[in-house]
Design a protein around this ligand. Structure first.
Ligand code: S3P
Length: 186
């Protein structure tokens, strides 16, 4: 069974994913990095050359490919906007246990105020952009997730522990459904 990390930019999906992968001895996949590798371009370059819509299509194609190839027992970290499309939500839920790393706007701003690699945050007032985006996205992250973990002010070891304790039940449940081939009906 895969563990899939979703959440806003700066919520720590990649760094947590790498640690989880090490601990669980499951390979790690970062959808942003894979899209960059496949296209031989950075996310920033894709956004500026082809636009956000095109990037969103790449995201959907990539995660659908994971499902088609039956990728399992991986730790998968997604881009902050992946759960925005209904289609993607369905795919992620079908891929495994979806863990939302919930974060507040202040912590995001603190972590990303000097970042230049997130095209959506290169605005005149990144603090309000973060607030606006989070307000819109939080209900979608919630809808997409099996497990919610608040990450503000928490050391990564504690977040890891919470992933294990909170995911255990969902993990077993999804695994049963998966085996009986009924995942699509849930
Ligand atoms: C995005 C988040 C980024 C990346 C792209 C768009 C978003 O990923 O996919 O810049 O829409 O939130 P991270 O969440 O890994 O920064």
């Amino acid at each position: 069974m895969n563990i899939i990390l979703i959440g806003f930019m700066g919520s720590g999906k990649t760094s947590l994913g790498i640690r989880l992968s090490y601990k669980l001895k499951q390979p790690f996949l970062d959808t942003d990095k894979e899209i960059e590798r496949i296209n031989d371009k950075t996310i920033k370059e894709i956004f500026s050359a082809e636009g956000e819509e095109s990037f969103r299509r790449m995201e959907t194609d990539y995660i659908r490919g994971l499902l088609d190839k039956n990728v399992t027992d991986h730790v998968i970290s997604t881009g902050g906007g992946t759960p925005l499309r209904d289609e993607n939500m369905e795919i992620l839920k079908e891929l495994g246990v979806v863990v939302w790393l919930r974060i507040t706007p202040d912590t995001v701003f603190d972590r990303l105020k000097n970042d230049t690699n997130r095209p959506l945050l290169q605005t005149e007032d990144p603090a309000s952009t973060i607030e606006r985006l989070l307000e819109f996205r939080n209900p979608l992250y919630e809808k997409c997730s099996d497990v919610i973990i608040d990450v503000d002010n928490k050391p990564v070891e504690r977040i890891m522990d919470e992933v294990f304790t909170k995911s255990a039940g969902v993990y077993r449940h999804k695994k049963r459904i998966h085996r009986s081939g009924g995942m699509k009906q849930t």
